[in-house]
Design a protein around this ligand. Structure first.
Ligand code: A2P
Ligand code: 11C
Length: 345
């Protein structure tokens, strides 16, 4: 088969990681096309030791393309993904636009791979902070029934995109030169600061990022009885989201049992040896594929409770890698046919 793959948003932080992931995992593509806005048309992005010339994304970009990995913002996905599907191209979309649409499976391959069988041409990639949380939660849910999760996140600026990476770099330089840091991406300086504010605020006082963690977890785990409450925080880290999870389960799991369950779980690496100062950190997770779990301990304030610390590379498992894993499943399981290409138009 001569598979043609397109990366939409190829010049962005996630798009570049998608190209790198396709390369690293030797994805069986005969051709890879890089698409972005008209601003980038004619520029190049690195791929397999050479470069790809970026083309402008248009409604006709998907002729002859089998799989498109989108990471160019929700508006771009809303507008262009239906045209891709109409051309017979299966879309794996990293934006939040299609995630809660009933026509679209929301997939983390370690957790709910079978949801892919029901796709209609658009498959949604979950939010980065949700992905790493459910990779760690699913094995515990299978073992003991997760009832409630209280999560607080410590999210890297790369989650916002390339311009936020540049903003943190610039602010650090400005501050070491005794200048006022200039903030434009975030409402306040992010250097040497923490912002309890990711995505927009909603009427009930939560942010949209917090709501995504609540809703997406239920859809991916396929179980509305899993209750999540979240506080999402941006921290001055470039790569790697960290999360503190407090988990209440139906059945009792000791810390040792939870550690044993997680040690067997796909996509998880347990790093948990406090006596040797071993625990997951963003600086180690960056550039890695696994979701790292540590600081596993019982919550002594409730009967069946655990606390743990979960870290993953938000651009890899949180975005590009999860999307490429979905594409791999589609190819391996021969799931590239679209029953009704007009479904989204
Ligand atoms: P461009 O570089 O041409 O603006 P990031 O999340 O790092 O900010 O990257 C966003 C990605 O989405 C970039 O590749 C950007 O391309 C792309 N993008 C943004 N708006 C559009 C659009 N209207 N059409 C196509 N690509 C877009
Ligand atoms: C962040 N989680 O770190 C966000 C980025 O819904 O895809 C991803 C936003 C989304 O800022």
């Amino acid at each position: 088969e001569r598979l043609v793959v397109a990366v939409v948003g190829a010049t962005g932080a996630v798009g570049r990681e998608m190209l790198k992931t396709l390369e690293d995992r030797e994805f069986p593509a005969h051709e890879v096309r890089a698409l972005a806005s008209a601003r980038s048309a004619g520029t190049t992005v690195p791929f397999k030791g050479g470069e790809l010339t970026v083309r402008e994304l248009t409604e006709d970009s998907f002729e002859g393309v089998d799989i498109a990995l989108f990471s160019a913002g929700g508006g771009t996905s809303a507008r262009f993904a239906p045209h891709a599907v109409k051309s017979g191209c299966v879309v794996v979309d990293n934006s939040s636009n299609w995630r809660m649409d009933e026509r679209c499976p929301l997939v983390v391959p370690e957790v709910n791979p079978d949801a892919l069988k029901l796709h209609n041409g658009i498959i949604a990639n979950p939010n980065c902070s949700t992905i790493q949380m459910v990779v760690a939660l699913k094995p515990l849910h299978d073992a003991a029934g997760v009832r409630r999760v209280v999560v607080s996140t410590y999210q890297a600026v790369s989650g916002t995109g390339q311009k936020a990476i540049s903003e943190l770099e610039k602010q650090v330089r400005q501050m070491f030169n005794m200048q006022e840091p200039e903030a434009s991406v975030y409402p306040y300086q992010i250097a040497f600061n923490c912002l309890p504010h990711i995505d927009v605020f909603l009427e009930d006082g939560y942010t949209k990022e917090e709501l995504k963690m609540v809703q997406e977890t239920v859809k991916i785990m396929g179980d509305p009885s899993v209750k999540v409450t979240a506080t999402t925080v941006r921290v001055p880290v470039f790569y790697g989201h960290s999360e503190s999870l407090n988990i209440e389960t139906e059945k009792k799991l000791t810390a040792a049992q939870a550690r044993a369950v997680l040690a067997q779980a796909p996509g998880v690496r347990v790093l948990d040896n406090p006596s040797e100062n071993i625990y997951p950190m963003a600086i180690h997770a960056a550039g890695e594929d696994e979701t790292f779990v540590g600081r596993i301990r019982e919550d002594h304030t409730i009967e069946n409770g655990l606390n743990m610390w979960v870290v993953a590379d938000n651009l890899r498992k949180g975005a590009a890698l999860n999307a490429v894993q979905i594409a791999e499943e589609l190819v391996e399981r021969s799931l590239l046919d679209i029953a009704d290409p007009g479904k989204f138009l």
